[in-house]
Design a protein around this ligand. Structure first.
Ligand code: SF4
Length: 318
């Protein structure tokens, strides 16, 4: 589908690297500080056994093997030539620095032009970033930290048992910038405790912090999780697909047009799920949102007029 109403990731990659670039998912035998008792137990209330991903090779394969196998497959299937190694599951900076270095270096094979690392805002510090900045320069890699935030509403963060607040997120974004590392923020716009005001504030905070990328997911509910239990007992409900579409459109309108949008709805596993994307395929919901934006003649950034001292703008020459 021709997407011109928001700043699409695939277009950004094509402009930056001169051709299509594909992500190679990597899964490590690790956990998360919100599951092992370091900052919490039980994890985020929606987190399943896979720790945020479900389509990877088993983590018993080495990093190099996973990267090479996925690369061969994607090369054959799509004729791709350039790739991003993507550390996807759980918290990929939650390990001793020496282990982290070993994994990162294993992931840099021929044709890899970037590394994306998913983690939590409370799992970033200067030592890891200093190392990543060194790798960026030494191997000419584009490095992105993908930060799970889900919402800027710190009351909701408590309800979903994230184990961190908004402050750690702000700290991580500022630190990434200091080291020339890009930030991609993961958000869920239909958390049961959030409303349209939160949606707008999500866009405003990301724009004010000048993050580089954002990835939106619709909440999916896995059986066996705390959220699954709440859903079955009727303690939480999910907004309609129409309302989700409205939230995504409003979010994009308030989002700075420079921010690259990786996704506006995620793929989700059907097995063991109680609720997934209103029983629609993710791309159909995406296409509906894009069509609606075109109909309404709207686009990303159209309402991003609140930064840099809006009130002063009434005086001429300011
Ligand atoms: S931070 Fe990620 S891996 Fe950890 S509990 Fe939450 S969703 Fe799961």
């Amino acid at each position: 589908m021709d997407i011109t109403v928001y700043n699409v990731y695939s277009k950004y990659l094509k402009e930056k690297f001169g051709e299509k670039v594909y992500k190679l998912p990597i899964s490590l035998p690790i956990t998360c500080p919100n599951r092992d008792g370091c900052v919490g137990t039980g994890g985020c209330i929606y987190c399943g056994e896979e720790g945020g991903s479900f389509e990877n090779l088993p983590n018993t394969f080495s990093v190099k093997e996973q990267v090479e196998r996925n690369k061969d497959y994607i090369k054959k299937r799509y004729g791709a030539n350039k790739f991003i190694s993507y550390f996807q599951s759980f918290t990929n900076t939650y390990m001793p620095l020496e282990d982290f270095k070993r994994y990162v270096e294993e992931s840099i094979v021929d044709d890899v032009v970037g590394i994306s690392i998913s983690t939590r805002p409370d799992c970033i510090n200067d030592k890891y970033l200093e190392y990543l900045s060194h790798i960026k320069n030494k191997y000419n890699q584009e490095i992105t930290i993908e930060l799970g935030l889900q919402t800027v509403n710190y009351h909701t963060l408590k309800k979903i048992n994230r184990g961190h607040t908004l402050a750690e997120f702000i700290d991580a974004v500022i630190r990434n910038k200091k080291y020339g590392i890009r930030t991609c923020v993961h958000l869920i716009l239909n958390l049961p405790w959030d409303n349209m005001d939160d949606t707008i504030e999500n866009a405003k905070v990301l724009s004010a912090l000048e993050v580089e990328e954002v990835k939106l997911h619709a909440l999916y509910i896995i059986d066996g999780t705390e959220l699954g239990r709440m859903y079955k007992k009727g303690e939480v409900s999910i907004i309609s697909k129409e309302e989700y579409k409205e939230r995504v459109i409003t979010f994009l309108e308030y989002l700075d047009e420079k921010i690259v949008v990786q996704r506006i709805i995620g793929r989700a596993p059907k097995e063991n799920s109680l609720f997934v994307n209103w029983n629609e395929s993710w791309w159909k919901v995406r296409d509906e949102i894009v069509a609606k934006m075109k109909d309404q003649n709207t686009r990303q950034g159209i309402k991003c007029n609140y930064l840099n001292g809006l009130a002063i703008k009434k005086f001429k020459n300011y």
